[in-house]
Design a protein around this ligand. Structure first.
Ligand SMILES: [Zn+2]
Length: 257
């Protein structure tokens, strides 16, 4: 890969996370956040306007990327790291079942985080259409698989997206693609929710956007509180979805029906 890309990674990474570091509360509490509480967002996201904060917009524009070449280059060191982990766990790394495990695990982890290899702008290209449609568009029950950035274990669940178009609509399959790109990264659910809403806002300038995610965190289910059926619900409401309770209620009713 182009070596000049390395430092850029780090700086973009910092920028992207800066705004979001305060979005992590509530992750371990096992408490359910009701979608209606759009105020479950941190104060920094609450500017009261429908425009996302500039830091978030910036992170969307300057997403970091990881190339296929990067994957090939980092695979040996990733695998070596997994060997260290196995040893640290007291395992015999030479026993037959584990011989190829470091490589398999490294490859799997690259797949679980393949969202770093893709950019939202590429997905949106050629998928935004001028359309005089001003009724709510909803795509619900989009499957989501992500990785908790605190424990490196899966988060999985459903994403529901609604928006009120303002002369522009997005190809429906692209909503699921946006979910895929952001979820296949190390995440916290709150940030994932917001990133999806911001991407749609930036792409379409709609009258409003609502994103609700219901997810199971394996770090909560397998350890900690060990509540098998606990789900974490997060929501981001922008524009009329935030300002008009009727619009928000219509959205929330439709995604539950
Ligand atoms: Zn976790």
């Amino acid at each position: 890969m182009d070596p000049s890309k390395r430092p850029q990674y780090a700086s973009n990474d910092k920028k992207g996370n800066g705004d979001n570091s305060s979005v992590m509360n509530g992750h371990f509490e096992g408490s359910v956040k009701r979608p209606v509480s759009a105020t479950s967002q941190p104060p920094c996201a609450e500017s009261g306007s429908q425009r996302p904060s500039s830091a978030v917009v910036e992170s969307w524009r300057e997403e970091r990327t990881r190339s296929v070449e990067d994957n090939e280059m980092s695979l040996p060191s990733l695998a070596a790291a997994y060997t260290t982990i196995l040893r640290g766990l007291g395992e015999d790394t030479q026993r037959q079942g584990l011989l190829k495990t470091p490589w398999r695990a490294a490859t799997a982890m690259q797949f679980f985080t393949k969202g770093y290899q893709e950019k939202i702008v590429d997905v949106l290209n050629d998928a935004i259409f001028d359309e005089d449609h001003d009724e709510m568009v909803i795509v619900k029950d989009i499957d989501m698989f992500s990785m908790c950035e605190h424990h490196l274990v899966p988060i999985f669940g459903k994403v529901h997206i609604g928006y009120l178009p303002n002369k522009r609509v997005l190809g429906l399959s692209k909503l699921a693609r946006i979910v895929e790109i952001y979820s296949r990264r190390l995440q916290v659910q709150e940030r994932l929710t917001k990133q999806i809403a911001v991407a749609i806002t930036e792409a379409l300038h709609p009258t409003g956007v609502g994103v609700v995610i219901e997810a199971t965190h394996m770090c909560m289910v397998m350890r900690g509180v060990q509540k098998m059926n606990s789900k974490t619900v997060t929501s981001t409401m922008l524009g009329v979805f935030r300002e008009d309770p009727k619009t928000r209620d219509e959205f929330l009713t439709l995604i539950r029906s």
